[in-house]
Every structure is written in structure tokens, then in C-alpha cells.
Design a binder for this molecule. Structure first.
Ligand code: LR7
Ligand code: MN
Length: 359
């Protein structure tokens, strides 16, 4: 097996003057230098180490979609999962290869325990790819990860525990930072939650003094208006019941708003679980092509979200993003119908009860 790890990783020799950022918009050379098996600092609050979880937690199908991910980061994602997760909790790891150039990236990894590979025969984008992975999943709980993560110690039990207690809860770990230049693993603050502005731009927000004071115990879940989108755990029947994702959304972006509004407005909740930590390589630009253009795609996806979920407040979205007004966004009848059938609450309810801070 170790031969396989080495073979999979060493794609090329680095020559002086070659740009290690060219293919993936992070330092590929540094990523290749680092072991796929490296040790990470445990970044949790010390009190997390004293918590106990049920011995009979449900197992999960882990779904990882990728388009032209670096082999080194993809392999490290999977090995970190295999190394730091009790084996009985992983039903399977489903890789969805979103039409990457080299079909072997995915295929070779099926030599690892639990790993399955699905390959799209055209570029679908992360939204339809995740739905394909979720539909193939056999376990009762779905876990989504990006393809350049490293999970930290005991990351999964606290997430599964919360789903077991309340299957309408959708939970994310605290997302630690893997530096895109050095690949150093850096602890993120656990006093953050997801927020956004009217242009539907995601941002991390510091908890207010009042919110912090209400949280005496640093191991308690943090309610969040929105999730970052890539790393979360959801009960599979709940995911299906709520309408999975809007599969008319393309490539990247906006789906985290859509699923967050939908979960809150249709009877569920979103939480960040501070005792679960997963690192993610944050980068400054997309390394891949958007066939319809980056801005057009983001507008199409967020406009679908605004039209279906934001009621009269969509006008604030259009004021913040005037360019969205004229752009086509396809047919939304199916999603409007879904909202009716599920008897979801209004966006006004969401603003009043979940995100009163959005002015
Ligand atoms: O066409 C594509 N097909 C894919 O399968 C484009 C992308 N992808 C894959 C890609 O290989 C990666 O695994 O989708 C995943 C996300 O794409 P990234 O890593 O290029 O984007 P990101 O990290 O900026 O994406 C964040 O926002 C996205 C909005 O659509 C998704 O929700 C991502 O999952 C999300 N990532 C996170 O939440 C990790 C924390 C980042 C923050 C904040
Ligand atoms: Mn990512």
C-alpha cells in the first residue's frame, strides 16, 4: 500500500522556475512534500476531550466531489478520514469525479478501504455531483467534504451524535485553515458563525458579546444563519425530504444559501459543532474554468435562491447586485412547488428569528 501512496503522489519532478500555483491555485510543490499521513495538532478546546459519545452512533456515507483536484490533497483528505475516524462509523467514502482530466485520479483511490468512485461523463458542477453521490449513498447519514480537507482528532462522533439527537439538525465542524502557501494547519476561532450580506456574499462573523455570554459552555453547538457549504453532516432522509439541492444550479456557488434558507425555513436548523474540527485549504481564486463564466454562474445560482426563497426581500438582493436583474436563471417552478409542499415559513420569519442582524 505504501508503494501506492508514493506512486499516486509523485506526479512530476519540480524544476527551478516552475510555478507550483499554476494548476491548483495553491502551492502544489509544498503539498507534495508533506506526507499524506501527517500528524496534526489537536485544535479543540481542552474541554472537548472530556466529552463522551454514544457507542452506537449511526454510520455515514462520506461524499467528496472534485474536479481536477491535486492528487496529493485528495489523497490526504481520504487518509485523514481513514486514520482519524472509528472504522465502524464510515459506511463508505464516495468520490464523485466531476469529469476531471485524468480518470485515474479517482480510480486508483478505490484501492483504499471503503473508497468508491463515480465519474461524471461531463462536467456537472459540485451541486449535481453531490446529489449523484448522495443518491448512491447506502448509509442513513450523509457527510459532505471538499476534496482538499484534513479531518482532525474525533471530528466525526460529535457531528453524528447531534444528528442522532435531532435528525432535523444540519451540522458543520469548525473549519480550520490549511495555509495555501505552506500547508501549515492553523486553528480557526470557534467564536464564529456564518453570515452574509444582501449581495449573497458569504462571510464569517464574530459572535456578539451577548451571544458569547449566553454560551457559557465552549463545547455547546453554535446556531448559524448559514453554513459555509462544503463540510456538513445531514440525515439522509431529511436531505431527501427537504429536496436535496436545486440541481439546476451549475458548477459552484449559491447552493449554500439555498440549502441554509431551506433548512431553517422548512423546519430544521443549522449548527456549528465546536468540538469537531476539519481543516480546509482556503485559496484566493478558482483553479478551474466556469463554462458559462464565473460571474454569470454565481448570479444564476444566487438569483434562483433569491427568487424561490427570499420573497419581497429579493429586492434588496437586486439593489446590491444590479447586474443580476437582466440575467436568465431558468425555470424555478419545481422549487417553488417544493416550498409549498413543505409548507416552509417566510423569509421574514427567517430574518426575524434566525438572522435579525442582517439589516
Ligand atoms: O465544477 C466543479 N465540480 C466540483 O466537484 C467545481 C468544484 N468542485 C468541487 C471541488 O473540487 C471542491 O471539492 O467542489 C468542491 C468545492 O469547490 P472549491 O473548493 O473550489 O470551492 P470553495 O472551497 O471556495 O467552496 C466553498 O463554497 C462553495 C460554494 O459553492 C461550496 O459550498 C464549497 O463546498 C465551499 N467550501 C467550504 O465550505 C469549505 C470552507 C470554505 C469556506 C468558507
Ligand atoms: Mn474548497
Amino acid at each position: 500500500m505504501s508503494g501506492m501512496f508514493f506512486y499516486f503522489r509523485s506526479q512530476r519532478r519540480w524544476k527551478p522556475g516552475q510555478d507550483p500555483y499554476k494548476l491548483y491555485a495553491f502551492n502544489q510543490r509544498e503539498s507534495e512534500r508533506i506526507s499524506s499521513n501527517r500528524v496534526l495538532r489537536d485544535t479543540r478546546h481542552y474541554r472537548c476531550t472530556t466529552l463522551h459519545y454514544d457507542p452506537d452512533l449511526p454510520s455515514t456515507s462520506i461524499v467528496i466531489t472534485f474536479h481536477n483536484e491535486a492528487r496529493s490533497t485528495l489523497l490526504r483528505t481520504i487518509r485523514s478520514v481513514l486514520n482519524r475516524t472509528p472504522v465502524h462509523l464510515i459506511h463508505e467514502i464516495i468520490l464523485v469525479d466531476d469529469y476531471s482530466e485524468d480518470a485515474n485520479d479517482c480510480l486508483l483511490l478505490t484501492k483504499l478501504p471503503k473508497v468508491k468512485c463515480l465519474r461524471n461523463d461531463r462536467r456537472e458542477g459540485l451541486i449535481r455531483s453531490r446529489v449523484r453521490g448522495a443518491d448512491a449513498a447506502k448509509a442513513g447519514v450523509l457527510t459532505f467534504l471538499d476534496s482538499h480537507c484534513e479531518v482532525n482528532k474525533d471530528w466525526l462522533p460529535p457531528l453524528l451524535q447531534r444528528i442522532k439527537e435531532d435528525p432535523t439538525c444540519v451540522v458543520s465542524p469548525v473549519i480550520d485553515i490549511i495555509n495555501m502557501d505552506t500547508f501549515a494547519y492553523v486553528a480557526a476561532s470557534s467564536d464564529l458563525r456564518g453570515g452574509f450580506d444582501w449581495s449573497l456574499h458569504f462571510k464569517w462573523e464574530q459572535l456578539s458579546a451577548e451571544q458569547k455570554a449566553r454560551r457559557a459552555d465552549p463545547t455547546e453547538p453554535i446556531k448559524t444563519p448559514i453554513i459555509a457549504g462544503g463540510l456538513f453532516v445531514i440525515d439522509k432522509s431529511w436531505f431527501n425530504h427537504l429536496g436535496k439541492y436545486d440541481t439546476a444550479m451549475d458548477i459552484w456557488g449559491g447552493e449554500n444559501f439555498e440549502i441554509s434558507f431551506r433548512v431553517w425555513m422548512c423546519g430544521g436548523s443549522l449548527e456549528i459543532i465546536p468540538c469537531s474540527r476539519v481543516g480546509h485549504v482556503f485559496r484566493k481564486k478558482h483553479p478551474y474554468i466556469f463554462p458559462e463564466g464565473n460571474a454569470n454562474t454565481y448570479i444564476k445560482n444566487t438569483r434562483r435562491t433569491a427568487e424561490v426563497w427570499m420573497d419581497e426581500f429579493r429586492l434588496f438582493y437586486y439593489s446590491a447586485r444590479p447586474a443580476a436583474r437582466g440575467k436568465s436563471y431558468g425555470d424555478i417552478h419545481g422549487r417553488e412547488e417544493l416550498r409549498k409542499i413543505l409548507k416552509c415559513k417566510s423569509f421574514k420569519w427567517y430574518l426575524d428569528n434566525v438572522y435579525p442582524e442582517l439589516k
